[in-house]
Design a protein around this ligand. Structure first.
Ligand code: C5P
Length: 236
């Protein structure tokens, strides 16, 4: 059975094995998963996965946001599927052939599609050839549906989009949401603007919450993770 702490994916947004190991030890048992992004993975390679495995029983999310020709993505996913990680990401804009090739090679690995990056604005979409009449919300739903049809297990999306995607795409599809901010933990110089509290995000249908700075920059990161889990428990 899924525990409140299993909803928490801690974003290991650090640049060295030492810093990652510090957080993996500190947060062991208080979060369900650790997310390794491109910067850390490029620095450490698969050794980072081995290190986390030795320290913690938490699952691992390798956030590589793949996007290439189907054969290349298929081979890369096949390698990732041998690394003992739970989730990896790829861009839904790669289309059915790329997503389907990846799904065919994923084994026990769950593929999460990135629909539209939250940093992408309507003018960015127009500039890269999208019809001006397409709004970002319709594109998010269209790509989420494409990802589901191609065999992906879920999407990374804003918590503000979660209930809409859930309604349109249905259950049995993971919604993984960053931009989470507990009301009691203020992140200084925050670059996230479309935010939601952990409790509300889970109430709106998020299956997993990606949380970085509200935990990493807290005076007591472990206490912050435990408090977030309590907040989640209250709405389950
Ligand atoms: O909680 P915090 O804002 O620090 O979390 C940042 C993490 O969430 C980073 O790892 C970032 O890549 C990820 N993320 C995001 N916005 C998205 C998708 C992922 O902030 N749209």
């Amino acid at each position: 059975m899924k525990k409140p702490s299993d909803y928490i994916i801690f974003a290991l947004d650090v640049d060295s094995m030492e810093k990652a190991s510090h957080f993996a030890r500190l947060l062991s048992g208080t979060v369900g998963m650790f997310k390794i992004g491109l910067e850390l993975f490029i620095r450490t390679g698969p050794d980072i996965i081995k290190m986390i495995r030795e320290i913690s029983g938490a699952e691992i999310f390798l956030d590589l946001k793949l996007h290439d020709i189907p054969e290349t993505v298929k081979k890369s996913v096949s390698v990732i599927s041998g690394l003992d990680v739970r989730f990896t990401t790829l861009h839904a804009s790669g289309g059915t052939k790329m997503l389907g090739a990846a799904a065919g090679a994923s084994g026990n690995l769950d593929l999460l599609a990135v629909t539209v990056l939250t940093s992408t604005s309507a003018s960015d979409l127009a500039e890269t050839g999208h019809d001006k009449s397409i709004n970002t919300e319709s594109l998010v739903v269209m790509r989420a549906q494409l990802a589901k049809n191609a065999g992906c297990s879920g999407v990374v999306c804003s918590a503000l989009e979660a209930s809409m995607i859930r309604q349109r795409i249905g259950n049995d599809f993971y919604l993984v949401t960053p931009g989470i901010r507990p009301s009691w933990e203020v992140v200084k110089e925050d670059d996230q603007s479309r935010i939601m509290t952990p409790a509300r995000a889970v109430s709106e249908g998020s299956d997993y919450l990606v949380i970085g700075r509200p935990i990493s920059r807290a005076s007591d990161p472990r206490a912050s993770a435990l408090r977030i889990a309590d907040e989640i428990a209250a709405v389950l």
